[in-house]
Ligand binder design. Sequence first.
Ligand SMILES: [Zn+2]
Length: 61
Amino acid sequence: MVDKACRRCHLITDKSVCPQCKSTDLSDDFSGIVIILDPENSEIAKLMNISRKGRYAVRIR
Ligand SMILES: [Zn+2]
C-alpha cells in the first residue's frame, strides 16, 4: 500500500483514483501532510481550498 497525493485537490489516498475529485493525476512524490478535521473552522483548509476533512499533502512534485 503506497500513499499518493492528488495533484488536483491534494488529498492523500492509497487508491489509484482520487476518491474526492475522481482525478487519476496522483503522485507518490509529495511532502508535508496536513490533517483537516474541521474544514469549516480551519484556516489551513481555507488557504488550501479544502472543504472536506481528510489527509492532504502540502507539496506535490
Ligand atoms: Zn483529488
